[in-house]
Design a protein around this ligand. Structure first.
Ligand SMILES: NC(=O)c1ccc[n+]([C@@H]2O[C@H](COP(=O)([O-])OP(=O)(O)OC[C@H]3O[C@@H](n4cnc5c(N)ncnc54)[C@H](OP(=O)(O)O)[C@@H]3O)[C@@H](O)[C@H]2O)c1
Length: 285
């Protein structure tokens, strides 16, 4: 039986952070959830202590760090995932507070925060390097609901996409159990899927066909611009989708090795989220 520990989760209102919170709670640990706006940050399970702080202003974290044993960190701190420059100071404060274990959600490339954590010899750190999140498929929800369509470029690209709950589960174990210090974990789902595979899995889960419309690169760029993506994000998407690196399309056994149970499939994710892809009944009255 693992002893109860107290963990501070940053990015706690985000896709991954919410899963880190619930996986820690499920294992019986105490959780403090960081947000920049505690008044707006709802929807946490009972028992979670919500605290306010901003990673770009490390001194605002002092109270949040008090009495914790483990810390889950994101590497960005503003719009468009701008890398945090405050990593070294955050680490100083964490060490002074007695933090023993740290997980870092890798940001897709080198960041000052991750570099600072990797250089730290006094804490047990684990870098979490997930491939594409299954949750990214929620970007298709509006188009599926309104026109039974998914419009995407590079439809034969392969992805070993991972259930965000499994990223949370790996983080929860690394933050609270021995044996994960100074490791980098590439975290994937159990299978490699094309865009077509994903679309047919969602169609089966919601019980209604979806047409996959293949866009040219130019059409995709125009669509991303129209939906407000920055040129930097568009460049990243073109590279990630048009030339997916091997690591993004290769299944690892990390989830099972670390948590003791198999990685969740996209079919499971689609069943959990089927309602997001179904037309809402019209309001009456
Ligand atoms: N999407 C993918 O397929 C994918 C794959 C691999 C890796 N990643 C990486 O995953 C990360 C994104 O994670 P996510 O999707 O879970 O994030 P997300 O859902 O976009 O959530 C962003 C979180 O960051 C917090 N935040 C932002 N700036 C902050 C600041 N200055 N101080 C404190 N908190 C701050 C927000 O908290 P509040 O707003 O509550 O303050 C929120 O909880 C990126 O680094 C990305 O590169 C993504």
């Amino acid at each position: 039986m693992t002893q109860t520990q107290k963990i501070l989760v940053t990015g706690a209102t985000g896709t991954v952070g919410r899963q880190v919170v619930s996986e820690l709670l499920a294992r019986g640990h105490a959780v403090r959830a960081l947000t920049r706006d505690a008044a707006r940050a709802g929807g946490f399970p009972a028992g979670v202590e919500v605290v306010q702080g901003d990673l770009t202003e490390p001194e605002s974290l002092t109270a949040a760090l008090e009495g914790i044993t483990g810390l889950h960190l994101i590497t960005f701190g503003g719009p468009y995932f701008a890398p945090l420059e405050t990593g070294p100071r955050i680490l100083e404060l964490a060490r002074a507070a007695g933090v023993q274990r740290i997980t870092v959600l890798h940001g897709g490339g080198p960041t000052p925060l991750e570099d600072a954590v990797r250089a730290d010899e006094r804490v047990d750190w684990t870098v979490l390097m997930p491939v594409e999140f299954m949750a990214n498929a929620l970007e298709w929800a509006d188009s599926v609901v309104h026109s039974d369509e998914v419009r995407e470029p590079f439809v034969t690209r392969l992805s070993a996409m991972v259930h965000e709950g499994d990223i949370g589960a790996v983080a929860a174990v690394a933050l609270t159990e021995e044996g994960h210090g100074r490791r980098t974990y590439v975290i994937t789902g159990p299978e490699v899927l094309t865009v077509g595979d994903k679309v047919s899995t969602i169609a089966a889960a919601r019980g209604r066909d979806i047409t996959l419309v293949e866009l040219t690169k130019e059409e995709a760029v125009a669509q991303w611009r129209a939906s407000g993506h920055s040129e930097e994000v568009i460049g990243f998407l073109l590279e990630a989708y048009g030339n997916t690196p091997e690591v993004g399309r290769t299944v690892t056994g990390t989830v099972e090795k670390v948590t003791g149970r198999p990685a969740r499939s996209f079919a499971q994710w689609a069943a959990e989220h089927a309602d997001a892809f179904r037309a809402r009944p019209a309001a009456t009255g």
